[in-house]
Write a protein that binds this ligand. Structure first.
Ligand code: ADP
Ligand code: MG
Length: 688
């Protein structure tokens, strides 16, 4: 019996589905509904219809051909129907014995022997027919539908469903005021049979509209609350001094900033000059020059006497990304008695320990590395700015860890996140309301657009010719092999085979191999040889995905391009076209067994050919994958919208967004109750 100390399997499943509180159960709305309110007479039924019939069992026997099955005949007075079951318990067989009166629900098929139903749902006749549609909930194997229905019913009955919409709000949002939360929920769990099924299924019914508005309001409010909490925190004010590090860095740079870089650098400087911690995302297409903007922010910080930490998702990226930055800053730090500390996972313990002292004394004004930066022992006493590169590649928990650990002298650090994957506007509006966004929308001058071609794998020979031509002009080439997540071994064999065959096809050319399982030192050595120009072709798994900067590379071949995600392809392509030479990207694809590419793969490759604009790519990626995938929410546990759809319900989203600050202002208690009801303890994740 439930209630004992240990939970039953269905109770555990309820927990796992996040259905812990009464209100969670009440908000677990049906996936679909079945109409069990009517009995259809067989004489009036139509082929293919899902119906409920009622009759007396006139025959019941086991058949063994073509396979073991229970065949039951029922007669409803107008006609007969055969019910077939391929798996059944003895108890079911007994319930379907000759003479029993039963109800069966399923799809009617006409056949050689008259009407048939395969695996109908059966129950004894006699109970009064339900007066509402029967809900079908999404569930898991260990949680039977019937159990879940009872639990939801009970939750719905017990939950506090009193309104948490301030008076007038529903009307303001253009909702039908007849539908309160209570009425909407009661209706959607048990709709009247005369409702239009279409309005339930496409979620246009006023009850659905009310729930969508409720959900969107909860989300907007929770973000406003996060923002308010942040505004209450204090961070060091960092202002650039005339003639200081910031100006020295600008003078030392071998190029002038683009207008876009200047604009975002100013936006960041303005944030740093306030006593509220910055929470800003710097987005800009691959190659748009985010690193120098980060360096300027670091310079302001260090100039003001504070420390700055920079974190990248992998060691090779950390090194690639920050080598330039360090090259710029280190010569300016040395005369001030300051230094840069490196922290990575592959470091020897001794080496890493040696870094801890200058970090703790503040002598290391810049702390650079991978996840190692957020380790316990790393204690920069005056950390005022944390910069996270390729922020979307970090888990939410890691971002939170960075933010929470780095309290310096009772103050929060400023946080700057960088990403080459722009957030589409609808997502920015709904999920990242507590995030300020700066965008670099311009590439540095002198870049030539990359020409992208989609080529069948059967034309590999021509591609190799093309590589030869590039090499003869003194250019370099990337060849990327896909990462096969399920099998690192397969992944590796693919890359090594390609490496082998390219080495043979290109005698006298240095062909290097880089893959994820190589020791870091070896990876670095390979990269160094490619960067120096000594190596002509670099075969690699996706480790070059972000951050590698070799302007002389002018051709990128991506093998099995159909296996990559769209933004990944875009990131990869960003590795070429970094110099003045005309550059190309060849997307090799291998058609499936039917000689064709799948629909979404085709769409992705098409998008790559049609546009090189990172924003357009992100928008299309969102279309193809949906927001859940885009946010990587499955790993992060961030509460996604369950009922509202960002695109379809955009007008409602905008209306809710506009009114949310007023709701919070005028009805703070109601707002708090609303957020707690809808998000429970889950809202924490939205802050990261
Ligand atoms: P990303 O935004 O992808 O991180 P990077 O910061 O790596 O881009 O910059 C790409 C390349 O462009 C680097 O070699 C960088 O030094 C160079 N770069 C950045 N800004 C400019 C500029 N204003 N003019 C010329 N080159 C620039
Ligand atoms: Mg970068």
């Amino acid at each position: 019996m439930p209630g004992s100390a240990s939970l039953s399997a269905p109770q555990k499943a309820l927990r796992k589905l996040g259905l812990a509180r009464d209100i969670d159960l009440a908000l677990h709305l049906p996936l679909r509904w079945e109409d069990e309110t009517r009995i259809t007479r067989l004489a009036q039924a139509r082929e293919g219809e899902a119906v409920q019939i009622e009759g007396t069992v006139t025959d019941s026997q086991l058949a063994y051909r073509p396979r073991r099955q229970l065949v039951v005949t029922i007669d409803d007075g107008s006609d007969t129907c055969q019910l077939r079951f391929f798996s059944f318990y003895p108890s079911q067989q007994k319930a379907l014995a000759v003479g029993q009166r039963i109800r069966a629900r399923g799809e009617l098929r006409g056949g050689l022997y008259g009407w048939q139903m395969v695996h109908p749902t059966c129950r004894p006749a006699g109970e009064p027919l339900p007066t509402a549609l029967t809900p079908v909930y999404s569930t898991v194997a260990t949680l039977p539908q019937a159990y879940l229905r009872k639990a939801v019913m009970a939750g719905l009955a017990r939950a506090d469903l009193s309104d948490s919409f301030p008076p007038g709000l529903a009307r303001h949002l253009g909702l039908d005021e007849g539908w309160s939360l209570r009425e909407s929920l009661q209706f959607l769990h048990h709709p009247a049979p005369d409702v239009s099924m279409a309005s339930l299924e496409n979620r246009e019914h006023p009850a659905w509209q009310r729930l969508k508005a409720e959900e969107l309001l909860a989300q907007q409010l929770s973000q406003l609350v996060s923002k308010r909490e942040r505004d209450a925190l204090r961070a060091p004010r960092l202002a650039p001094t005339p003639g200081g590090l910031h100006e020295q860095l600008l003078q030392a740079l071998p190029f002038a900033l683009t207008a876009a870089q200047r604009r975002v650098a100013e936006e960041i400087a303005r944030d740093l000059g306030r006593c509220v911690p910055m929470h800003r995302l710097l987005q800009g297409d691959v190659g748009s020059g985010k690193t120098v903007v980060a360096a300027l922010a670091a310079a302001v910080t260090i100039d003001a006497g504070w420390q700055c930490a920079l974190m990248a998702p992998t060691e090779i990226l950390a090194e690639q990304h920050f080598r330039k930055l360090i090259g710029w800053l280190e010569p300016l730090l040395a005369p001030r008695g300051l230094c840069v500390a490196w922290l990575t996972g592959s470091q020897k313990k001794k080496e890493r320990t040696a870094m801890l002292a200058p970090i703790a004394s503040g002598e290391a004004a810049l702390v650079v590395g991978t996840h190692a930066v957020i380790q316990e022992q790393v204690q920069p006493p005056r950390l005022a700015l944390a910069i996270i590169d390729e922020q979307h590649r970090f888990g939410v928990a890691q971002r939170l860890a960075l933010r929470s650990k780095m309290l310096a002298e009772g103050q929060e650090p400023h946080l700057l996140m960088m990403s080459a994957t722009p957030i589409p506007r609808t997502l920015a509006m709904s999920y990242y309301a507590d995030l300020d966004v700066s965008t670099i929308d311009e590439l540095p001058p002198g870049r030539t657009p990359v020409v992208t071609k989609v080529v069948s794998d059967s034309r590999r020979g021509e591609v190799i010719e093309r590589i030869r031509a590039q090499l003869q002009q003194g250019r370099q080439v990337y060849w990327v092999c896909p990462l096969i997540e399920e099998s690192e071994v397969l992944d590796l064999s693919n890359a090594t085979e390609t490496h082998q065959s390219l080495s043979e096809a290109l005698p006298g050319v240095q062909v290097g191999l880089l893959h994820s399982r190589m020791p870091v030192a070896e990876k670095k050595a390979v990269m160094a040889r490619f960067e120096s120009g000594e190596m002509g072709v670099l075969v690699s798994t996706t480790v070059v995905e972000v951050g590698v900067d070799v302007p002389n590379a002018s051709l990128m071949v991506i093998e099995h391009a159909e296996r990559f995600g769209l933004s990944q392809l875009h990131q990869l392509r960003g590795r070429v076209g970094r110099g003045a030479a005309a550059s190309a990207c060849v997307l090799l694809y291998a058609p499936g067994e039917n000689g064709r590419l799948g629909e979404t793969a085709r769409e992705r490759l098409k998008a790559m050919v049609e546009t090189s604009d990172g924003f357009e790519i992100a928008r299309r990626d969102l279309d193809i994958r949906g927001p859940g995938e885009f946010l990587g929410a499955r790993q992060s546990g961030a509460p996604l919208l369950r009922f509202a759809d960002l695109e379809l319900d955009r007008p409602l989203l905008e209306a809710v967004r506009a009114v949310a600050p007023r709701v919070l202002e005028r009805h703070p208690e109601m707002a708090a109750r609303h957020v707690a009801r809808w998000l429970g303890g889950k809202s924490e994740y939205l802050k990261a």
